[in-house]
Design a protein around this ligand. Structure first.
Ligand code: SAM
Ligand code: SF4
Length: 487
């Protein structure tokens, strides 16, 4: 495409009126003075105060910013241990011992933006550019389905060639491609902010969660790290998920890229984002929160020289504070982290992971690693089967369930059952059913053995005879060859 045509396209993406309507007297909801003073005013919290806050989280109530600030400022390692334990308890209470499992699928890395930390940035001459044709995409999907995946997050750079129409076409291909028993049943999207009208197009084709990470909530840092392109507009991005809710795509995922600015500030930003969504959309906040840590990328020196890189212990702490602050929200830990970190952090409250991930473009079907086609370098290269097996060894069921979404349990409905701690009475049976499908159709012998034992334990732990019998009946039907059964 000609440079002038690209420029023309860029000029019409942002719709200022779709931002201004959400501002409060011209201000956005990230009040930096408020964040700094709240962090300052809640230093050195004593044990009693911390325990009161933890008790509130355990009662599944969202924390207020002063409470989150107190947790962030804890310097007592004994109290951190209590917080880790509470995080795990909350997760089990709301979600049960299941971990939703998905694969990332990079579809296009053409990008008009210049995010200083990203290997796909426009001015990175070392990045090999690639946009999948629909036929190439079909091959990628087939390859993922053949490994046992049912859920995807499809990822795109921002470019006129991969605009909303292309994204809609690729979602259709994802849903239409079947291999034997297998198919993709839910596809989430991580793409650039869009207008309400564009989001409505994606709703039509069955988008799952729409994810947009703010990267950093700190205005000045944001400005410095996004020097050019559409992404330079902080507020267009900050309100992207408000527009998504407005368009009826009511499962939204927020996130911050840790390593760009102070980690305590970013956690406060995620909380204020949650609060503003809840305030404006009848109590419905984000469906998921992501907390990627910045990873090295080809020809991207900033990733290693930022002064805000987060070490492993701090990472575990920040994940824990997010868990305690928003007890009913899904939390995603990606394969950016190596397996040993994922094992350490998972128990403090993670609900979703990606597995068997390959983030090159077109590299699932070619089964290759290609750093020049990657946005960054992955930490966990285990296969799906290895990751599922390791989860089972930790007594966690990998759930491929997509029933909640397909039965309309999204947005308000989902939040209502999540806040009452009832997700697992529906989701645990569905996790067992989809896990059984995986074990029968795709698992190695070792995973099948450990997995079947785990299923027996989980059936015994189901709440009540009626539900137990229902699950046993459905399992018998799956063993007999039926698929896609759910409550
Ligand atoms: N281009 C779209 C955008 O920026 O919103 C779509 C997603 S981008 C491909 C996915 C996410 O990857 C970004 O939002 C950012 O948080 C994360 N990311 C970018 N560079 C990264 C790096 N070096 N290490 C880890 N994550 C990174
Ligand atoms: Fe493009 Fe997204 Fe990478 Fe920024 S983070 S350069 S917008 S792909």
């Amino acid at each position: 495409m000609q440079a002038t045509a690209v420029k023309e396209w860029m000029d019409q993406v942002i719709k200022p009126e779709q931002v201004e309507k959400y501002l409060d007297k011209g201000n956005d909801f990230i009040n930096e003075d408020y964040i700094f003073t709240t962090l300052m005013a809640n230093q050195k919290p004593d044990k009693q105060r911390l325990r009161e806050i933890i008790a509130k989280s355990l009662a599944l109530e969202r924390l207020e910013p002063e409470e989150t600030a107190a947790l962030l400022n804890c310097t007592d390692e004994e109290m951190w241990e209590e917080m880790y334990a509470a995080g795990g308890q909350i997760k089990e209470k709301v979600y049960g011992r299941r971990i939703v499992t998905f694969a990332p699928l990079y579809v296009s890395n053409l990008c008009v933006n210049s995010c200083v930390y990203c290997g796909f940035r426009h001015d990175n001459k070392k990045a090999i550019r690639k946009q999948l044709t629909l036929e190439e995409l079909r091959e990628e999907i087939k390859s993922l389905v053949q490994k046992g995946h049912k859920r995807l997050i499809m990822v795109y750079g921002e470019h006129p060639d991969s605009d909303v129409n292309y994204i809609a076409e690729t979602l259709k291909v994802a849903y239409d491609t079947k291999v034997n028993h297998g198919e993709i049943r839910r596809s989430n999207v991580n793409a650039a902010p869009m207008s309400v009208e564009d989001l409505q197009v994606l709703k039509e084709v069955g988008i799952g969660t729409f994810q947009v990470f703010q990267e950093t909530y700190h205005h000045e840092t944001y400005r410095r790290l996004h020097p050019r392109g559409i992404k330079a507009d902080y507020r267009w991005r900050l309100y992207s998920l408000h527009r998504s809710m407005e368009a009826g795509v009511d499962d939204v995922g927020i996130g911050a890229l840790f390593g760009l600015y102070d980690w305590k500030f970013e956690v406060m930003g995620l909380l204020l984002h949650t609060i503003d969504l809840e305030k404006k959309f009848g109590g419905v906040g984000p469906h998921t929160i992501s907390f990627p840590r910045m990873e090295p990328a080809v020809n991207t020196p900033f990733t290693q020289k930022s002064s805000h890189l987060v070490d492993d212990n701090t990472f575990k702490k920040l994940v824990t504070v997010i868990r305690l602050s928003v007890p009913y929200t899904g939390m995603i830990l990606t394969a950016r982290e190596p397996a040993y970190i994922r094992e350490k952090v998972l128990p403090v409250g993670i609900t979703q992971i990606d597995a068997g991930s390959n983030i090159g473009i077109g590299t699932y079907s070619s089964d290759t690693l290609d750093y020049e086609r990657q946005q960054f370098i992955l930490g966990d290269n285990r296969s799906l089967d290895e990751a599922v097996c390791d989860l089972a060894k930790m007594s966690r069921i990998a759930s491929f369930c997509t029933a909640g979404y397909r039965c309309g349990r999204t947005g308000n409905y989902f939040m209502d059952i999540a806040k009452k701690g009832k997700v697992h009475t529906l989701c645990m049976p569905n996790a067992i059913l989809t896990f059984k499908e995986y074990l029968l159709d795709y698992a190695s012998e070792e995973t099948r053995q450990i997995g079947n034992q785990l299923i027996e334990q989980e059936i015994a732990a189901l709440p009540g005879e009626l539900i137990r019998q229902t699950v046993l009946d459905l399992l018998a039907r799956i063993e007999a060859g039926e698929r896609d059964l759910y409550l």
